[in-house]
Each structure stands twice: as structure tokens, then as C-alpha cells.
Design a protein around this ligand. Sequence first.
Ligand code: LLP
Length: 391
Amino acid sequence: MRRYPKLIDEIAGIPVRDLARDFGTPTYIYDAATIVARIAQLRRFDVIRYAQKANSNLAVLDLMRRYAVLVDAVSAGEIQRALAAGYPVAGEPPPVVYTADIFDRETLDLVVAHGIPVNCGSPEMIDQYGERAPGGAITLRVNPGFGHGHSRKTNTGGEHSKHGIWHDEIEACVARAARFDLRVSGVHVHIGSGADMEHLAAVAEACCGFARRIGPSITTISAGGGLPTPYRDEDAHVDIDAYFEIWHAARLRLARDLGHPVRLEIEPGRFLVAESGFLLTELRAVKREGANLFYLLDAGFNALARPILYGAYQPMAIAAADGSRAERPFVDVVVGGPLCESGDIFTQNERGEVRSERLPEARVGDFLVIGCAGAYGFVMASNYNNEPACA
Ligand code: LLP
């Protein structure tokens, strides 16, 4: 059986037709069971810290909280969402952590007011936080000098990346923190999104090396996020146990050297939510332009930006308007949205060239369901062309 069948009639046991009738289109749908299954795979890490930038839907955050998943926030808005979903501000390990490369003024006020721990990605953040909240602890997000990601735009390490404190500057940053009586209690490294396991594994040694340079004040290390997700039938799931073992072994060596236990956190976004999500759209035109047959939907890059931004592949399926599962012949189609912009095409590569997708024959009124849309879907949507937000 295909992971992503091309003809479907239900999502998580609910007829597509009923979902469209009840919520309209376009609508994002999330299957909680998939998220719960992914959480279970990561339980061996001491802390699962969900990178909510992937999907900060309040129901999703509430689910995470109920399954003891802690949360990362990258803005004042994400902190407010975590609080709205019921996360407490205080606790050990901290329920909410702010990770970024800058503080805007509002966010600095908010983290100081609530005592939310900060993971600093620039030397300036240390000064700005230290002036307002001296005498506590911070963690450092370090750029290890190498990175990897599913596209240039999702690679967050190396000298072309704006993220993190450059690895050479660790000692200077520890001294900077000391001026405000701030202890550096953790190191965090995130090299990119959708990296491969070989690159992700290299991070463990680098991260523990940084921790040794900082010394005994270190009590936590974070493996960051970036775990890949299968977007295609032929993509494999990553071996989480093997990944854990690499980090666990590195952590144990570090703990031995420091003389005390070290907590190991992981900070995934996509891995937890991508596969749970579906963007339900309705087919509004089936038309030919020369050699190409176009399926035009009522959702475009206003609703899901990944294909146009990265040439990202998203699996697609047709669901018949009448709920039937009768086989249909397949056709090669280009799939686009309603926006007044020629790049509003879901089937394109990283260079922006249009490609076609083999899908069942469909008519106006049938549904097209975009799969694997739970991460970086709704959260990256816009209201370009004054299209309203998806349900
Ligand atoms: N931690 C940090 C510090 C991050 O910057 C990110 C992602 C994550 C964790 C979570 O990464 P994940 O496990 O989801 O790969 N919009 C792009 C992805 C950008 C990711 C930005 N940072 C996409 O749609 O592929």
C-alpha cells in the first residue's frame, strides 16, 4: 500500500465530502493520532521541545502539552500562544524557551516579565537580556560552522547563515554573560531543516565540544530540530533510535567529563506534525494551455507556500465530489491556485520550473487534498490577493 495514495475518500476516518461540507474549502485538517505516534518515537530524549514555528495551532499546542511535550518559541506571538494553550511559564525543565537571534522590544519585555529562559543566538542578546535580568542563566545557540538542509533556504549553519553565535566566539560570549552575572547553562545547535542523518550525527560531537569549552556550568544540551519527514512514497522514515544512541553516548561522555548529569533535549517541528496535516481544496477549473493540462484549486501559495519558496514536493490526492472510490484513469497535470501570479503553482522545482504530477482524472467540484502539510503550512500562509485564512 502506498504511504500517499492518489485517490482517497477519507482523512483520519472522516469522509472528505463531510469535511468539505462542514468546514468549507480550503481547510487544514490535522490528525492527532499521527502526532501522538511521532511523540512516542522521541520519548527516549529527556525533553521533547516542540518547535512550534512549524504549526502553532492552539489545538496542536494543547495536544503537545497534554502529552508532556515542552515548547520552543521564536517570537512574542509564539510565547503568547504557548500561554494560551495552557503552558505554565515556570518549571524545571522550563516549559517555554525563547530561541532567536534578536530580541524585539516587545519580546524582551515579555521574557523578562514572565521569567522565560532565553537561548541566545547573538552576542547582543546577551547584553540586552543581562541588563534587564542579571544574575540568572542563559543558553547559547551556536553556529558550528557547518550546516545542512533540504534547500539552501533551510540550511542554518555555516558562514552564510545568520543563525547562532559563531563557534569561535563562545569564550567571548561566556565572558560577556559573566559581566551580568549570567551563567551559561546550556548549548544548542541546529544546523538545518530536513538534513540527513549523517550531518545531524556530526552535530552531537560538535555540540559536546562547545559544552566542554564552556565548562561545568553546562547542565543541558539541545540537539535542535531538523529531523526529516518522508514527503514521497519512496522516502524512508529516519532511524530515531540510532540517532538517539549517538546523542546519548556523546552526552554520557560529556557528563563524565563535567562530573554531573547533562539533560538532553531535542527540538523538532516538522517531524512531529508534518505527516498529520492535510490541506483540503476544491478543484475549480480543469483547463488546457497548449500541451499542459492544469488543475486549478481554490488555494494557492497564500495557503501553502513551501512549493513556491523551496520547490518543495507535497503529495497530492484526488477525492471524488460524490465520495466514490471508483478507479479513474491517470493524467499528467500541473496544479495551481487562484492567485493572480504565474508562480502560483504547487508542482514546481527549486528553480521555479513547472513540472507535472500524475493524478487521477478529476472534474470541477472534486477535491484535491495536499498531504504532509502539517508543518510550515498554515503558519506560513498570507492573505495575498486578500484571500482569507484557511479554516
Ligand atoms: N530549532 C530551530 C532553532 C529552528 O530554527 C528550527 C527550524 C527548528 C528547531 C525546527 O526544525 P524542523 O524540525 O521543523 O526541521 N519553512 C521551512 C523550514 C524552516 C525551519 C526553520 N527553523 C520548510 O517549510 O521546510
